[in-house]
Ligand binder design. Structure first.
Ligand code: THU
Length: 138
């Protein structure tokens, strides 16, 4: 997996923010807390957690939560995103989140984090080759 251009201090800040976000997850059905932290170009970080629903498909992932908050603050200057689940093993964004994020940042660096401290550094471009985009709409 490719390296992100983030310095170690920024990476740490982003991972810690993702962990904080995970504490706010609403997950009565899966009990699988996920946190995401989206770094913006001015160094600010927007946090999001997964929010589930009794109608299961109505739930939203942590990554899309964070992105939706950013966009609603008129911020689309995504620099990187970190995601963390409740287990030692790093998790990667689901397919819907990959597509959702690619709309705003096709090459967005992604830090897939594990509770054991592991970080797998990848990108939306790597995770979603051949993403459907606005060009395809003609
Ligand atoms: N989930 C996320 O929030 N992000 C991911 O990248 C993978 C899955 C959530 C959705 C659901 O609330 C729970 O994790 C179990 O799938």
């Amino acid at each position: 997996m490719s390296a992100t251009p983030l310095d170690p201090a920024t990476e740490t800040r982003l991972v810690e923010a993702a962990k904080r976000a995970a504490e706010r997850a609403y997950v009565p059905y899966s009990n699988f807390q996920v946190g995401a932290a989206l770094l913006l170009s001015d160094g600010s970080i927007i946090e999001g957690a997964n929010i589930e629903n009794a109608s299961y498909p109505a739930g939203i992932c942590a990554e899309r939560s964070a992105a939706a908050i950013a966009i609603n603050q008129d911020r689309r200057d995504f620099v990187a995103i970190a995601v963390i689940g409740p287990r030692d093993e790093p998790i990667t964004p689901c397919g819907i989140c990959r597509q959702f994020l690619s709309e705003f940042a096709k090459t967005l660096p992604v830090l897939c984090c594990g509770r054991d401290g592991r970080i797998q550094r990848t990108s939306i471009a790597e995770l979603l080759p051949g993403a459907f985009d606005a060009e395809a709409l003609g």
